[in-house]
Design a protein around this ligand. Structure first.
Ligand SMILES: CC(=O)SCCNC(=O)CCNC(=O)[C@H](O)C(C)(C)COP(=O)(O)OP(=O)(O)OC[C@H]1O[C@@H](n2cnc3c(N)ncnc32)[C@H](O)[C@@H]1OP(=O)(O)O
Ligand SMILES: CC(C)C(=O)C(=O)O
Length: 515
C-alpha cells in the first residue's frame, strides 16, 4: 500500500453497537453497511459473530449484501470465535478476521488471569488459526495504551511472524494523551524489526474526549489505518468519529500528507441514517455533522462569510453533504445579512431608511425568539409597507385578563391621530374582548368577516400571524399582524385593517375620516 493512503476501518456496527441502548436489527445493519460501502469505507467491522446467533446472522447478511468493502468480524483469541467469524464472512468478496487479546498488566492479571508468556502463546496461536481461513488477519493487543512497551513489542513481533497483516493498537480505555500516543506508534514502528510487514492501525476511545486527537497523532507517526465510527458512537464515551478524522486529514493535507478514499459528500446522509436508526441524536455543535457546523449567527461572521466564505469556513458545507452553509438570522445578526436574505426572498429594499425600519422590527422580533425564519421576514417586510404617517391607529399597549369561569376582559391603549386613548371591554373570548375594546376606542362600524391565525414557524416561540377581513360599506379590507404574543398579533391585525379603511375613505372622501 502506498504511504499516502489512509485506510478507513468503520466499526459502527461492532463497537458502535456496544454503545448502551444502541442495538441495531439485521436489516438496519445491512442498510448502514450499504451506505458505508457507497461512501467507500475500506473495511466494515460488521459485528462479533460469536456473541449471538443474531450477531452472526447480521455479519453474514452484511457479507452477502456488500461487495465493495472488506467485511470484518471480531473474535476473541480462541478457535470457536475465529471459526464463527470465518463462517460469517464467507460470502464476502473480501473478508478479514480480527482477533484480539489484552496485553496490559491489569487486563492480563485481573481479567484474563494469564501470565504474559501465556498471552504471547495464545495470541500467536489465534493468528495462525485465523490464517487458515484467510490471509487478511488483524490482531489487536487490547489495552495497548496501558501496556508495557517492551512486552507490547514482543507480542506484536510474534503475531506478525505468525501472519497478522494489520496490527491495531487500541487505546481501549481512552487513557493516552495525543503526544504520548503518537510517540508510542512511532516507537513501535521503529523498534519492532518486522513492523514493515504489517499495516499499523489505531482504535481510540473517547473517555477523555481525545479519540480523534490521538488517532491523528498516530497518523502523523505512521499509522495507516484508523478505526472509527459514524458520529463517534461506541462503548462508553465512544470511538473516534469517522467524519472528524476524514475531514481533518483532508482539510489539513499539508500536515498529514495522506488521504482516505472516502466520498465525503456522503458523510452527512450517513450520519443522519445512523442517528435515525440508533435514536442517538447528534448534538448541534458537533463538528462536521452537527446542525450548527456550517451555520453562522453573529453579524460580523455573517458579513465576513457573505463577502468571502473562507473568512469563517475551513471546509465547504457541500463537501460533507450539506446542501449549503447557513446564515441564521437572530439577535446577533447585522444589516448586511438581513439585506442579503431579503434579496434572496425576492423582497426589494428600496432605501437605507426602509432597511433600517425592517431591521428595527427584525431586532425586536429576534429579542423575542431564537431564530428569525424566512416566513418571519416576509411578515416583517409586509408590515413595513404601510408608511407610519398613513397609520391613524397605533397599538400602544394591551392588558388582558382571562380566568376560568370569569368573562375575559381587555384594556387597550391606542394612539389615535397622535392622541392616546384607552378602552376597556369584555367578550366571549380574549380576542373578542380585545376587538370590542378597539371598537370602543375607534368607533368603527366595520364588521369582522374573517379571523385566522397561523404559526409562522415551528416551536412555541413561533410568531403567530393573524389575518382579519373587515367589511365596511360593502367593501372588504384585510389586515395582518404578527407577534410571538397571539393577542398582540390579533390586535395588530385588526388595527391594520382599520388603518386601511381609514386611508381608503380619506383618499376617496378627503373630508371624511370615519372607519
Ligand atoms: C474492548 C472491546 O470492545 S472487546 C469486545 C467486546 N465485545 C463483546 O464482548 C461482544 C459481546 N460479548 C458477548 O456476547 C459475550 O461476552 C461472549 C459471548 C463473547 C462471551 O460470553 P461468555 O462466554 O459468557 O463469557 P463472559 O463474557 O462472561 O466473559 C468473557 C470471557 O472471555 C475471556 N476473554 C476476554 N477477552 C478474551 C480474548 N480476547 N481472548 C480470549 N478470551 C477472552 C474472559 O477472560 C472471560 O473468560 P472466563 O469466562 O474464563 O472468565
Ligand atoms: C477489540 C479492540 C479493538 C477494542 O475494541 C478495544 O480495545 O477497544
Amino acid at each position: 500500500m502506498s504511504d499516502d493512503r489512509l485506510i478507513v476501518f468503520d466499526t459502527t456496527l461492532r463497537d458502535g453497537e456496544q454503545s448502551p441502548g444502541c442495538s441495531m436489527t439485521l436489516e438496519e445493519k445491512v442498510r448502514i453497511a450499504k451506505m458505508l460501502e457507497k461512501m467507500r469505507v475500506d473495511v466494515i467491522e460488521a459485528g462479533f459473530p460469536a456473541a449471538s446467533p443474531g450477531d452472526f446472522a447480521s455479519v453474514q447478511a452484511v457479507a452477502k449484501a456488500v461487495q465493495g468493502s472488506t467485511i470484518c468480524g471480531l473474535a476473541r483469541a480462541m478457535e470457536r470465535d475465529i471459526e464463527r467469524v470465518a463462517e460469517a464472512i464467507k460470502p464476502a468478496a473480501s473478508g478479514r478476521i480480527h482477533t484480539f487479546l489484552a496485553t496490559s498488566p491489569i487486563h492480563m492479571r485481573d481479567k484474563l488471569r494469564m501470565e504474559p508468556d501465556q498471552v504471547v502463546e495464545q495470541a500467536v496461536k489465534a493468528v495462525k488459526y485465523a490464517r487458515q481461513f484467510t490471509d487478511n488477519v488483524e490482531f489487536s493487543p487490547e489495552d495497548a495504551g496501558r501496556s508495557e512497551f517492551d512486552f507490547l513489542c514482543r507480542v506484536i513481533e510474534k503475531v506478525i511472524d505468525a501472519g497478522a497483516t494489520t496490527i491495531n493498537i487500541p487505546d481501549t480505555v481512552g487513557y493516552t494523551i495525543p503526544f504520548q500516543f503518537g510517540d508510542l506508534i512511532a516507537r513501535l514502528i521503529d523498534n519492532i524489526p518486522n513492523s514493515d510487514k504489517a499495516v499499523f492501525s489505531v482504535h481510540c476511545h473517547n473517555d477523555l474526549g481525545l479519540a480523534v486527537s490521538n488517532s491523528l497523532a498516530a497518523v502523523l507517526s505512521g499509522a495507516r489505518q484508523v478505526e472509527c465510527t459514524i458520529n463517534g458512537l461506541g462503548e462508553r464515551a465512544g470511538n473516534a468519529a469517522l467524519e472528524e478524522v476524514v475531514m481533518a486529514v483532508r482539510t489539513r493535507n499539508d500536515v498529514f500528507n495522506c488521504d482516505t478514499n472516502i466520498d465525503s459528500t456522503l458523510i452527512v446522509p450517513t450520519s443522519r441514517l445512523v442517528s435515525s436508526v440508533t435514536g442517538f441524536m447528534v448534538q448541534p455543535n458537533k463538528a462536521i455533522v452537527g446542525a450548527n457546523a456550517f451555520a453562522h449567527e453573529s453579524g460580523i461572521h455573517q458579513d465576513g462569510v457573505l463577502k468571502s466564505r473562507e473568512t469563517y469556513e475551513i471546509m465547504r458545507a457541500q463537501d460533507v453533504g450539506w446542501s449549503d452553509n447557513k446564515i441564521v438570522l437572530g439577535k446577533h445578526s447585522g444589516r448586511n445579512a438581513l439585506k442579503s436574505r431579503l434579496s434572496e426572498l425576492g423582497i426589494d429594499v428600496e432605501s437605507e431608511a426602509e432597511l433600517n425600519e425592517i431591521f428595527a422590527r427584525f431586532k425586536d422580533l429576534a429579542d423575542l425568539k431564537h431564530e428569525v425564519f424566512d416566513e418571519d421576514l416576509r411578515v416583517i417586510a409586509n408590515e413595513s409597507q404601510l408608511e407610519p404617517d398613513q397609520a391613524r391607529f397605533v397599538l400602544i399597549s394591551s392588558h388582558v385578563c382571562s380566568e376560568t369561569g370569569e368573562t375575559p376582559e381587555a384594556t387597550l391603549t391606542l394612539s389615535v391621530d397622535g392622541e392616546e386613548k384607552q378602552g376597556k371591554a369584555s367578550g366571549d373570548g380574549i380576542v373578542d374582548a380585545v376587538y370590542s375594546a378597539i371598537k370602543s376606542i375607534t368607533g368603527s362600524s366595520a364588521t369582522l368577516e374573517l379571523y385566522s391565525v397561523n404559526a409562522v414557524t415551528q416551536g412555541t416561540d413561533s410568531q403567530g400571524e393573524v389575518t382579519v377581513r373587515l367589511e365596511k360599506d360593502g367593501r372588504l379590507f384585510y389586515g395582518n399582524g404578527a407577534h410571538t404574543d397571539i393577542i398582540v398579533a390579533s390586535a395588530k391585525a385588526y388595527i391594520d385593517a382599520l388603518n386601511k379603511i381609514a386611508n381608503q375613505v380619506e383618499r376617496e372622501h378627503p373630508q371624511m375620516s370615519g372607519v
